[in-house]
Design a protein around this ligand. Structure first.
Ligand SMILES: Nc1ncnc2c1ncn2[C@@H]1O[C@H](COP(=O)(O)OP(=O)(O)OP(=O)(O)O)[C@@H](O)[C@H]1O
Ligand SMILES: [Mg+2]
Length: 470
C-alpha cells in the first residue's frame, strides 16, 4: 500500500507520517477497501471481507465495487477526487459509518480511492446522534417561532374542532368575519376556543401575512397597560429606555390586534383605546406626536359586557365600536355531540407518536357527556390527559377510565341515569301503569273490584287497562 498516498507535492515527511498511520487506521477500523480509477476493487482487508460475508476475499478483486457493495459512493470519490469524510452507508440492513479518501500518483493524477468502515454499528455515535437530534429539534422550534413571529398565528380554522350545528355556525361566521375588515367580538366561556378562533380569523383574512399581536388585559398590571398598548417615547420618564418602545398597536400595524379579556380593561384605558380606534392613531407615552396605525381589532371576553355597561364599568361607546360583528361560541355542555370529534382530535395530537395512540370507546364518550364542563374544551383536554396517565398502557379509554378522572360533584347528574338507555315517555308510563295494576291485584288477592278501588279508578277503566296489558 506504499504508493497509496503519494502525491507530487506532498513532502516526504507527510508521506511517512501517513504511511505510519495507515496500518493503525486499518487495524482500528472495522474494515478497509481500495479501488482503482475505474472503481474496481484492488484490495480488501480480511475484516471487511468478513463484515460483507465474503468467503474468499480474492474472488472480489478486479470486480466493480458496485457489484459487491451496491450502496457504495466510491465511484463518486474517484470521479470528483473529493473525499467523503463521514457517511452512513446501509449494507444488508446494517448501518456502517464510513470514510472515503481519493489517492493520487506522483503526477497528481487520481489513481483510486480507499475507504474505512469506522463503525459497524451506531452505538459509539449515540451521544453524537442525540446531540444532532437535539439540535434538529431546536432548529424546528426556532423555525416555528420565527414563522409565528412573521405570520403571527398558530391556529387556523381546522384547529377549531366541532361538527355540531352550533360549531358549524361558529365556523361559518368566522369565515364571514375573515372576509370583511371589521372589528369582531368573540364571546364564550373560559376554554371554549376564543383564542383559537381569533387566530383562525386572522389567518383567513387579507391580513394573514401581517402580524397578529395579542394582549391579555387580565394579565398585564393596570399601571403598565398604557405603555403596553401605545408604547413609550425615549426618555419619557426617569429610567425609561433611550429608544422608543413600541406598543402593541405599532407592532400590530397592518395586521390584527387581539384584545383578550377585553372586559378587564380599566375605564381610563377604555377611553384612550376608543380614541385610538376612532382616529386610527396612537400617542406613545411621554411623546407629543402621534403615529398613524392600521389594525383590525378582534376582541374576546367571557364577561357579560351588557351587565358591565349597566353598572358603569364598561363604556357603551367602546362596546359598539368593538362589537360590529359578534361571534358567540356555545359552551361545550350545549354541544355535547362534538365530544366524539374533540376526543379524537385531542387523543391524536397528545404529543405521543402513532404507535402509542390511544382511543376512547363509545361508552367512554357517553361518560364524558354526563359532566357539565365548566372549563369547556380546555378542561376536556386535561381530563383526557389525566385518563391517559392513570389508565393502563395501551388500553382503550372506557367509561370506567373516564369516571375515575372526572371531577365529582357540581351539577353532574348521576352517570348511571345518563347511561341507562332512554325509553319513550309513553313506554315508561305504560310500564309504570302495568306495575301498579299488578301490585293492586296482588294486594287484593285477585279481587278486581277492590284492586280498581285501591288504584282510584272505575271498574270499567280497570278492565280496559287490564285488556290492553294482556
Ligand atoms: N373547538 C376547539 N377545537 C379544538 N381545540 C379547542 C377548541 N376550543 C378550545 N380548544 C382548546 O382548548 C384550549 C383553550 O382554548 P382557548 O385558549 O382558545 O380558549 P379561550 O376561550 O381563549 O379560553 P380563556 O377564556 O380561558 O382564555 C386550547 O388548548 C385549545 O386548543
Ligand atoms: Mg383565551
Amino acid at each position: 500500500m506504499t504508493e497509496l498516498f503519494s502525491e507530487n507535492n506532498r513532502s516526504g515527511l507527510t508521506r511517512d507520517l501517513i504511511q505510519a498511520l495507515f496500518p493503525m487506521f486499518e487495524e482500528a477500523s472495522a474494515g478497509a477497501i481500495a479501488v482503482d480509477r475505474e472503481s474496481r476493487i484492488t484490495w480488501i482487508n480480511s475484516s471487511y471481507a468478513h463484515l460483507l460475508g465474503l468467503g474468499n476475499p480474492e474472488t472480489v478483486i478486479g470486480k466493480p465495487i458496485r457489484q459487491v457493495i451496491p450502496q457504495t459512493r466510491m465511484p463518486e470519490v474517484v470521479e470528483t477526487g473529493k473525499p467523503l469524510l463521514l457517511d452512513i452507508m446501509e449494507h444488508n440492513k446494517q448501518q456502517l459509518v464510513v470514510t472515503r479518501l481519493p489517492f493520487y500518483d506522483d503526477d497528481g493524477q487520481i489513481m483510486g480511492a480507499v475507504a474505512f468502515v469506522l463503525y459497524d454499528d451506531l452505538q459509539p455515535l449515540t451521544p453524537l446522534v442525540a446531540k444532532y437530534r437535539r439540535l434538529h429539534q431546536d432548529l424546528a422550534a426556532a423555525r416555528k417561532a420565527l414563522a409565528k413571529k412573521t405570520r403571527g398565528t398558530r391556529y387556523n380554522l381546522a384547529d377549531f374542532v366541532g361538527a355540531s350545528p352550533a360549531a358549524l355556525e361558529v365556523k361559518r361566521r368566522a369565515r364571514l368575519a375573515a372576509g370583511r375588515d371589521m372589528p369582531i367580538l368573540i364571546r364564550g366561556e373560559t376554554g371554549t376556543g376564543k383564542e383559537v378562533l381569533a387566530q383562525a380569523i386572522h389567518a383567513m383574512s387579507g391580513r394573514a401575512h401581517q402580524p397578529f399581536v395579542g394582549v391579555n388585559l387580565a394579565a398585564v398590571p393596570e399601571n403598565l397597560l398604557e405603555a403596553e398598548f401605545f408604547g413609550v417615547a425615549p426618555g419619557a420618564y426617569t429610567g425609561a429606555d433611550k429608544r422608543t418602545r413600541q406598543g402593541k398597536f405599532q407592532l400590530a400595524n397592518g395586521g390584527s390586534l387581539f384584545l383578550d379579556e377585553v372586559g378587564d380593561m380599566p375605564l381610563a384605558l377604555q377611553a384612550k383605546l376608543l380614541r385610538a380606534l376612532q382616529e386610527g392613531e396612537v400617542e406613545p407615552l411621554g411623546s407629543n406626536s402621534v403615529t398613524a396605525v392600521d389594525v383590525r381589532v378582534i376582541a374576546a371576553t367571557s364577561r357579560n359586557l351588557e351587565a358591565m355597561i349597566a353598572e358603569g364599568s364598561f363604556r357603551s361607546d367602546l362596546y359598539y365600536r368593538l362589537n360590529v360583528m359578534e361571534i358567540t361560541i356555545p359552551p361545550l355542555r350545549e354541544r355535547l355531540p362534538d365530544l366524539g370529534v374533540l376526543c379524537e382530535d385531542i387523543l391524536e395530537n397528545n404529543g405521543q407518536g402513532p404507535e402509542v395512540r390511544r382511543e376512547i370507546t363509545d361508552a367512554g364518550v357517553a361518560a364524558l357527556g354526563s359532566y357539565d364542563w365548566p372549563g369547556n374544551v380546555r378542561e376536556l383536554r386535561n381530563v383526557l390527559e389525566r385518563a391517559l396517565t392513570m389508565g393502563e398502557d395501551g388500553g382503550q379509554l372506557d367509561a370506567n377510565a373516564i369516571f375515575r378522572v372526572l371531577p365529582r360533584g357540581g351539577s353532574r347528574p348521576d352517570p348511571l341515569l345518563v347511561l341507562r338507555p332512554v325509553k319513550s315517555l309513553a313506554k315508561t308510563l305504560a310500564n309504570a301503569e302495568a306495575q301498579a295494576i299488578e301490585e293492586a291485584l296482588v294486594a287484593s288477592r285477585g279481587n278486581r273490584t277492590r284492586a280498581a278501588r285501591m288504584l282510584g279508578i272505575s271498574r270499567s277503566v280497570f278492565y280496559e287497562k287490564l285488556a290492553r296489558m294482556s
